[in-house]
Write a protein that binds this ligand. Structure first.
Ligand code: SF4
Ligand code: SF4
Length: 176
């Protein structure tokens, strides 16, 4: 991510856009990285947020010990006809069931990132929009490039990315 910011010459362009080298708090472009859906770093209220995610699946050799069922805070894992079944509509992709499985049977089917952009607090709070529910690393960087370019090209000093996204109707397919 730092390479993206460097390649975009973010610091110098931001200084020229804001006409100051000492931006106020709300003028700082905030990026948040979170390892799981617990979201301790609050990506929902940052300009750009990334949450690590993993989709679990049950492999061969399950002993039906029930530890994954007990460990899932979302109630997404159940017994059905003697099998362990995951409700993917409820699963938050936190990976807890993978960590807890004593047999190593619960495994990662897919790993990726939930990509969020445009979150902010202030006078007009806005929760970040989801740009992708499960992006690979390269796509995360492409989204970051688009968001940075949008801010630097379209944003008036004092305006946060979320306001600009609403104004230009930015979505996951918008390219800059
Ligand atoms: S924790 Fe592992 S072995 Fe135990 S029921 Fe779940 S998948 Fe099966
Ligand atoms: S990844 Fe998390 S939310 Fe999904 S089934 Fe496993 S423990 Fe539950």
């Amino acid at each position: 991510m730092s390479q993206v910011m460097e390649n975009k010459q973010f610091n110098s362009r931001q200084v020229s856009r804001l006409n100051t080298a000492k931006p106020m708090h709300h003028q700082v472009f905030q990026i948040s990285l979170s390892g799981c859906p617990n979201s301790c770093s609050q990506p929902q209220i940052k300009d750009f947020g990334v949450q690590g995610q993993v989709i679990p699946e049950v492999g061969e050799g399950c002993t039906q010990c029930g530890k994954c069922v007990e460990s899932c805070k979302e109630g997404a894992i159940n017994y059905q006809s003697g099998n362990i079944v995951i409700d993917y509509g409820v699963c938050l992709k936190c990976g807890q069931c993978i960590n807890i499985c004593p047999e190593g049977v619960m495994q990662a089917k897919e790993r990726g990132f939930n990509v969020l952009a445009g979150g902010k607090l202030g006078r007009h709070p806005r929760l970040a929009s989801r740009l992708s529910p499960m992006a690979g690393e390269d796509h995360v960087l492409e989204y970051l490039k688009s968001c940075v370019e949008l801010l630097l090209k379209e944003g008036k000093p004092g305006k946060r990315l979320g306001s600009i996204m609403d104004r230009v109707k930015f979505n996951s397919k918008t390219q800059f």
